[in-house]
Structure formats: structure tokens, C-alpha cells
Design a protein around this ligand. Structure first.
Ligand SMILES: [Zn+2]
Length: 255
């Protein structure tokens, strides 16, 4: 899989291992699933913390998520420096990923996207709230980060350590953070959890928008949101969805 790593010595982040191979495969699957489900298009990206070296993370080179393969996955340290020997173009927005891994030792995977369902909540004063049980996996509270507050007029891309750290502070202990005029960033304790949360967070936004058109919005209570999220983020529910989603992107004849 990772050509040229066979001769590496010691247990550094470049050391080939079954865990590393599995994590790379999950990033590839998650990238393709999130593209297939309409969460990521030509823009947006998925990363995961290195399974054997928590001070590093894995992220694709700049490429549309639907096209990402194992050969595209690169290794970065938590200062967002490229560790892999590669000339490939890398995402400026890796600053989002590194900042969250630095701030949140419990986070194993991060997705940044601009899903169309989320955008009304990134571009208005309407609050995104859990309105149904699966949607609650986005988190009971979804804060909004506004780059204007600390950085004034920018191109809205999070491309510096300071901007990433600011975003991570607004995310706080939550799992999804909206970015004013830009999109959303989601965190997970596994790649599967991240994928589930990203998809159902966007579906929650869609349901909320439609509910508000037909009547008075009835949101979940905070306690309902926590209980429903806990229930749906068990392997029992997540693995069922993961099996279906991976089957769709791999084709029926592949495991
Ligand atoms: Zn973006």
C-alpha cells in the first residue's frame, strides 16, 4: 500500500502496520461515502488521528473526496507540517484538523464540509438545533464560529494556526461547529462515528428547515438529544449504516 515504507526503522509515524492500513482504508471509505451522500463535493475533507502515533494525523492530498484513494493519504504532525515524503499539493485547511487534534485528545477523526443543508445556518441568525433522534448525533449544542470576531475581513478559509485554534475554542467540548459564511466542521471518536454524525447532522438541518416551513418547530429537549445521540452512536446502529454506505460506494461484489 504505502510504497517505500518497508525499509523504515522503529515505530515512527511512517512505520507500516495493520492499524495504519485500516485507518487509511477508513478515511478512503469515509471520503467516498460523504461524497456519495452529498455532504462533501469537490471541496471538503476527512482526516483521522494516526492510530499508532497520537501526535500525527492522516489526511488526503488536495483531491475531490469521491476520488480519494489510499495512495493519496499523507501524514502530518500536530503543527500541520507534512511528514510524508511527497510533492503533492496539500490542503491549506489542514489547520482546522490539526487544531482540533491539539485541543481535543478524545477526537480521532475530523471532517470539514459545506453541505448545502447546513449553509442556511451558516449564513443567518437561525440556530441549528436537534429536531429528530438521528439528527441529535450532531450534538445537543452546535456553536457558530465567526471569523470576523478575531480576524476581520478574510477569504474565510481557515489557513493559519491562530484561525484553527480559534475555531477549536468555539467547538469546545461539542462535536459540530458551524462557520459563518463558510460551512461546518465535525469531530468524532472514530471515523465511523464522524461519518454518521456528519451525514445525520446535515439531515437534521434539512428536516429543521422543512419543519419550520410547515409549522412551529418542535426541537428535542437537551436530555432527549443526549439520550438519542448516545443510543445511535453505539456500534449496533453505526455499523449497520456503515455497512450500507460502504456497499454503495464499493459496489455489491466487494466486501
Ligand atoms: Zn471549507
Amino acid at each position: 500500500m504505502r510504497q517505500g515504507l518497508e525499509g523504515s526503522v522503529g515505530a515512527g509515524p511512517m512505520q507500516a502496520s495493520p492499524e495504519l492500513e485500516r485507518t487509511v482504508a477508513e478515511i478512503v471509505d469515509a471520503s467516498r461515502i460523504l461524497a456519495h451522500e452529498g455532504i462533501i463535493d469537490s471541496f471538503g475533507h476527512v482526516s483521522a488521528r494516526h492510530p499508532n502515533s497520537p501526535g500525527h494525523y492522516l489526511m488526503p492530498r488536495t483531491r475531490a473526496a469521491e476520488l480519494v484513494g489510499a495512495e493519496d493519504i499523507l501524514i502530518f504532525d500536530l503543527d500541520d507540517a507534512l511528514v510524508s515524503k511527497s510533492e503533492a499539493r496539500i490542503f491549506a485547511e489542514r489547520s482546522i484538523h490539526g487544531a482540533i487534534y491539539r485541543a481535543r485528545p478524545d477526537v480521532v477523526a475530523v471532517c470539514h464540509h459545506h453541505a448545502p443543508q447546513m449553509m442556511p445556518f451558516c449564513t443567518s441568525d437561525a440556530e441549528l438545533v436537534p429536531v429528530f433522534h438521528l439528527g441529535a448525533t450532531m450534538g445537543a449544542t452546535v456553536p457558530l464560529w465567526d471569523s470576523q470576531d478575531e480576524f476581520g475581513d478574510t477569504n474565510l478559509i481557515v489557513s493559519t494556526r491562530q484561525q484553527g485554534d480559534s475555531l477549536a475554542r468555539t467547538l469546545g467540548a461539542n462535536w459540530t461547529v458551524l462557520m459563518r459564511g463558510h460551512g461546518a466542521t465535525v469531530a468524532g471518536r472514530s471515523v465511523r462515528e464522524l461519518t454518521f454524525r456528519s451525514i445525520y447532522g446535515a439531515r437534521n438541518a434539512d428536516v429543521q428547515l422543512k419543519a419550520a416551513q410547515v409549522g412551529t418547530l418542535r426541537r428535542l429537549t437537551a436530555a432527549e438529544a443526549v439520550a438519542a445521540s448516545d443510543f445511535n452512536l453505539t456500534p449496533f446502529a453505526m455499523d449497520r449504516a456503515w455497512e450500507q454506505w460502504t456497499r454503495r460506494v464499493r459496489g455489491a461484489d466487494e466486501p
